[in-house]
Design a protein around this ligand. Structure first.
Ligand SMILES: [Zn+2]
Length: 308
């Protein structure tokens, strides 16, 4: 086993590729004590020059900074900004798309419209027409088409920002810029937000709440009884993990709890990214909702009105 690439910068984390195994490890200098490890079952020790390094499999490592960010996210999820008692008389479903890729517009919206449904498309104006995470993002004309067909355009930050790390000023500028750009294109007010990367904290949630009526997270679950409109739960619809039995179960839970079930995905295509799903899968999911007898399918904006 030999190390052929190291980055011994001042940061506490170093990425090293172990040639023999072709695996990536995060490496810590021995003198650094401010790191935390959870649940590891193996540890590798190695020496590079005068540096003593510990190498641990990536999924098992948390630095102190990462740990604080994780706790901050968990706190934000657990502590409601403002608790709201839902007053809907029927269960409801929302279909949402993050980023949003071109195929979310071409295929995703068409599948919804075939059933008479509309969805929420969270856009980043700074990504329009570009390739993001290997996927072609929608263009200005896609936003116009969606809007003309009754879909909602939501905000996902201008630059697909990690809201948890951004300064207050930066975040506020970014949110305002995105809302004004998207609102001019879509000719609709932008009132719904989805946290990029699902990253949020109590601080960022307060800032976002100053701009938007609702904010959706990537925390799985059904929103029911009392909810925080700025920490809304949603189930991911990713092709590699698509499980129709699981979706049938959560739809049934939404019905039994009289809840609000939100789905989120990205691209919808024959060869989707890791964050999207196939046309067949999305069609199947929409059909499951239809077959379950849920009559209320809303955009996020409309859903907030329905539950309040
Ligand atoms: Zn995103």
């Amino acid at each position: 086993m030999s190390i052929y690439k190291t980055n011994l910068a001042s940061d506490s984390l170093f990425c090293v590729t172990i040639e023999a195994r072709l695996l990536n490890y995060l490496v810590f200098r021995e003198s650094r004590e401010q790191w935390y490890v959870e649940g590891f079952d193996s540890i590798f020790y190695y020496e590079v020059g005068r540096h003593k390094l510990y190498m641990l499999p990536i999924p098992n490592i948390l630095t102190k900074k990462m740990l604080i960010e994780k706790i901050s996210r968990k706190l934000a999820r657990a502590v409601p900004l403002k608790s709201l008692k839902m007053s809907n008389d029927q269960p409801l479903v929302s279909f949402t798309f993050d980023d949003f890729p071109k195929t979310a517009r071409t295929n995703g919206s068409a599948i919804l419209q075939d059933q008479g449904y509309v969805g929420t498309f969270y856009g980043c104006a700074g990504l329009l027409g570009k390739i993001h995470d290997g996927t072609r993002i929608a263009e200005t004309k896609d936003i116009k088409i969606l809007s003309e067909n009754g879909h909602e355009i939501g905000c996902h930050s201008y630059a697909h920002l990690n809201c948890q790390k951004a300064s207050k000023e930066h975040l506020q500028q970014d949110l305002s810029r995105n809302a004004s750009t998207l609102s001019n294109i879509a000719e609709q007010s932008i009132t719904s937000f989805a946290y990029p990367f699902g990253k949020m904290s109590i601080r960022t949630r307060r800032i976002v709440a100053g701009h938007y009526t609702s904010a959706r997270t990537t925390v799985p679950g059904i929103n029911h009884d009392r909810v925080c409109l700025h920490s809304l739960k949603s189930h991911q619809v990713y092709g590699s993990m698509f499980n129709s039995v699981f979706f049938e179960k959560v739809i049934a839970q939404a019905i039994s709890t009289n809840g609000w079930l939100i789905f989120h995905t990205h691209d919808v295509s024959t060869s989707p990214s890791a964050f999207g799903c196939t046309i067949d899968q999305f069609t199947q999911l929409v059909q499951l909702v239809r077959n379950a007898g849920i009559n209320e399918v809303h955009t996020m904006k409309s859903a907030v009105e329905f539950i309040t």
